[in-house]
Design a protein. Structure first.
Length: 107
């Protein structure tokens, strides 16, 4: 019986020592708090960067549309210039023909 009483006393002593143990490590707790603070700061910075990216993407889209519009206008102007040059050439040819006719009539 002595052995079971001794075992019980040893178990009770071990349990009381285990209850007294502090499983919290202050360094670990501080590290976790610091990591949590850094995580929150990074999340804030991430949101700011995402907002800036969205603004820049929107601005890029607007500028791209403006550039497309300008390029379309430029092509239309070039087309009008070519048509105008062709009309001038036609008028020059007609003028030359008329001058030749006038020269023929004067002779």
């Amino acid at each position: 019986m002595k052995t079971s009483d001794e075992k019980e006393k040893k178990l009770n002593l071990a349990l009381s020592k285990l209850k007294k143990l502090n499983f919290e490590n202050p360094d670990l707790k501080n590290s976790i708090e610091n990591l949590s603070i850094q995580k929150n700061q990074l999340e804030i910075e991430k949101k700011e960067v995402e907002n800036k990216y969205n603004l820049l993407a929107s601005e890029h889209e607007n500028l791209q549309q403006k550039l497309d519009h300008i390029n379309t206008q430029k092509k239309n102007e070039q087309k009008k210039e070519i048509e105008f040059s062709e009309k001038i050439d036609e008028l020059n040819q007609e003028t030359d023909s008329l001058l030749e006719e006038i020269d023929k009539w004067q002779m």
